[in-house]
Design a binder for this molecule. Sequence first.
Ligand SMILES: CC(C)(COP(=O)(O)OP(=O)(O)OC[C@H]1O[C@@H](n2cnc3c(N)ncnc32)[C@H](O)[C@@H]1OP(=O)(O)O)[C@@H](O)C(=O)NCCC(=O)NCCS
Length: 438
Amino acid sequence: MTDVPAVTADNQSLTIRDNRTGSEYDVPIVDGTIKAADLGKIRTDDETPGLAVYDPGFVNTASCRSSVTYIDGDKGILEYRGYPIEQLAEKSNFLEVAYLLIHGALPTKAEYDAWEHEITYHTFVHENVKSFMHGFRYDAHPMGMLMASVGALSTFYPDARNIDDPANRHMQIVRMIAKMPTLGAWSFRHAQGKPFVYPDNDLGYTANFLSMLFKMSEKKFEADERLVKALDVLFILHADHEQNASTNAVRSVGSTQVDPYSAVSAGVGALFGPLHGGANEAVLRMLRRIGSKENIPAFIDGVKDGNERLMGFGHRVYKNYDPRAKIIKKSAEDVFEVTGTNPLLEIALELEKIALEDEYFVKRKLYPNVDFYSGLIYEAFQFPPEMFTVLFAIGRTPGWLAQWLELVQDKEQKIARPKQIYTGERKLDFVASSERWA
Ligand SMILES: CC(C)(COP(=O)(O)OP(=O)(O)OC[C@H]1O[C@@H](n2cnc3c(N)ncnc32)[C@H](O)[C@@H]1OP(=O)(O)O)[C@@H](O)C(=O)NCCC(=O)NCCS
């Protein structure tokens, strides 16, 4: 590597030689990227399309500039608006983090009070929302109900289409952050055949959510503070994760300039998929299958032989301990102090200990991810597995909205419309069915 010149402001370009034509092109490098449109100028003749990038799953394509969330997967760093996740989880609360994500800076006392008041004030939904939620089948999946009901809010607030007006955008953002717990809790109660509980505006954001989930005949439902804190921390940890699949869905749908309820509903749909929001449930199934600590070595052997997968380990981005997993592990201890230990925790702790010392996992940089412990906590709250992703969606809502807000104000953004490599037939002669079937 001795001949490599130093990277300077003057050599920020890429020289491409097209061997088909012998032509050379200089393409500027900006922020470590080249513009795909610049590649489009590389063509063999005027008739054929320019060079394009083939990137299924967008594994190496930046779709936007963003100042919301920073991740360094190799070092295990996650920051919202520049603040480390560890500090936010320890010293902030979900509403303040939501403010930070949406506004880009921490609130003053007056700003926080106004924000909290606005969010609390908007927790109620129109009574007709309640009627149509009752219309779902008795066993409707709560994520399906959440996706449909948040999308349906666009019909209650038709002015939400006016996305160019900052005050209007703010109103919808407040409404959505405020109402997601109400819709999520009601989706849960529906499956249980229990009456819907209205918001209790004397309670904080997360305490009110727990009240809407679990209140029965008591005058007031007041959850143990340690449980409220643990769930609040889980919301913080899930609040944003830059351009993940559901955020990309929100941005993609939002790029059509549709209202934000429809865009967030698309995000909920993406999160519903097992490759995105469903891994914590798989961790619980795995721990149950292992059954006891004695069976761990045999299970680890199965993983190394390629017959098993250690769920809750490994991550596309994090090649180090997922910073959220460390915080969740601590929350799990707090929750179990209240609810009593889940016997699966012992297996999880032992499994983690063995895996972190094992050459197979060390070499492949496989560390616990956010899902390794979150399912155990949710189970301690007595949430059925279908609810795990609903909790994720409530936590992720401020992130989706912060990204949507950034999108609609970004002059470089366009309607999301990828290219394709066409592989089908061409210029076939159509023969009418009356002739083909004769
Ligand atoms: C998250 C995940 C899909 C990331 O996948 P990825 O970035 O494509 O990583 P790869 O599949 O390229 O993995 C690299 C190597 O580690 C192995 N590996 C990755 N995750 C593993 C796991 N959880 N258990 C065992 N081996 C694993 C792969 O088999 C591969 O081994 P090889 O090099 O011998 O072929 C993957 O780690 C996984 O399936 N984890 C379990 C599911 C999970 O917890 N998902 C939640 C993510 S938040």
